[in-house]
Design a protein around this ligand. Sequence first.
Ligand code: UDP
Length: 571
Amino acid sequence: MDITPNARTVLEKRYLIRDADGRPTETIEELFHRVADAIAAPDRTYNPDADIKALADRFYARMTKLEFLPNSPTLMNAGRPLGQLAACFVLPVEDSMEAIFEAIKQAALIHKSGGGTGFSFSRLRPKGSTVNTTGGVASGPVSFMRVFNMATEAVKQGGTRRGANMGILRVDHPDILEFIDCKKNNADITNFNISVGITEAFMRAVEADEEYDLIDPNTKESTGRLSAREVFEKIVDAAWRNGEPGIIFLDRLNRDNMVPSVGAIESTNPCGEQPLLPYEACNLGSVNLHRMLRRQEDGASVINWDKLADVVRDAVHFLDNVIDANRYPLAQIDHMTKQTRKIGLGVMGWADLLLELGIPYNSDEAVALGEKVMGFITDTARSASAGLAQVRGAFPLFEESTLKNGTPVRNATMTTIAPTGTLSIIAGCSSGVEPVFAYVFIRNVMDGTELVEANPVLRQLLEERGLYSEDLMRQIAQEGSLAHIDALPEDIRRVFVCAHDISPEYHIKMQAAFQRRTDNAVSKTVNFAHDATIADVRRVYMLAYELGCKGVTIYRDGSRDAQVLNIGKVN
Ligand code: UDP
């Protein structure tokens, strides 16, 4: 298999099966055979004569050519005793001591299996309300989040993945101000991402500069009123300080809830891309767009739409089989997940594709192409799912879903844009729909030597044009951007833009373009320079609302001591 040294390291350290002494007992090729065989097998339940071998070969080829990869839990656990294959879960948190600690236990089981969990804490009674059975005083959602956080800390995910959580609180919960500030200290509640659940009514109150009611979730009565603008400002201010809370638009999530009869969507998974009903799980997978190009005779690259369609059809088949092959950690999750059979097909390598096509990420052309590519993927996925429905039947709740008047489909949702944090390392491409963060890193190796690691698309282009040199690479690493390097021709500087060269407006425009054609949601971080102002953050939060995003997450460079990505240095 042709993979980068980093990909090899990640797979060897975290994905291969090991013996009791920690030595890998499978090769990387064997890993992909294990996954392909396990995920092809469910075809036999629908057709005893199915050619499982041929299907497994096809899945194997898609993965080892790095055209498509399923989410990490599938790579880690398929064909193994644990067998838990999904990345995303949402669990309900009801307002009783029994239910809260039941949810903590359920989350621990999910974390152990490599999945991430999302919760809405909005049903918990506010801090200070009475507890009937004891006459005591309730401690409120934020204090329980700390308990969830500690439980997560204790359960390392089989030594491979640390449990990740999303915590949501509705903006009209009486404890909202405490929630907004609960991660003010960077050392607090570190195993959670937090987002405020925003309603349309709240946004209208912000626009009209009005007050809105705080509602006790138990009594449904108002406990007081707050200025919507002041609360919005507090959210923006906290996000400017260290990136949290994000916001999610609850009414938009529920507008796309295919089965409202079953309940309301109140949370997403940890990184925000997958809204789910309580006890629903979803497995994700991503097409590597960088591999969906072909060279024309004149040497120019163009999108290979036929190949993209083929890969999408195989991916839908693969992800639908994952639902059957999965061993769910709880009976309720098994049941719920198979009622809607949601899958989340997305993309990675989007920025790389743009580089190959010579289109700057921060251009209207790129935004329009994003919408077109994602529309093509969602439409193709839907027709593939309709094809599966003819053989396997529509998802069980189809007749009571909002889709019931259309063509029957096997899956209630098709598409989701995941962050692809690890998948993109394995595939050696840019992550999700993010721009390239930095084009060159200097890696310090043990004996004091420094290795230059350049983005492969940039490196190839510079070599082709006779511009490549180590000195130039060091200069790019140091500056973090190509924008001001005079030695580079203007056409290269214009196209090879990195996350910090792109205005926050273009980050959001791109997110919105993908969102328009994605069934679920889009994982995206809007990167700000360190000196961005609170007004800049406010503008982006409003723009996300105006452009129809389902949520927004921002990060201002240097606003936390430990950040995942740094310009010019390798962690
Ligand atoms: N996730 C998790 N723990 C992690 C990373 C990810 O639970 O350490 C879950 C989480 O639900 C996240 C989802 O996996 O939203 C997808 O993340 P990503 O695409 O980065 O995962 P990959 O498949 O690339 O490992």
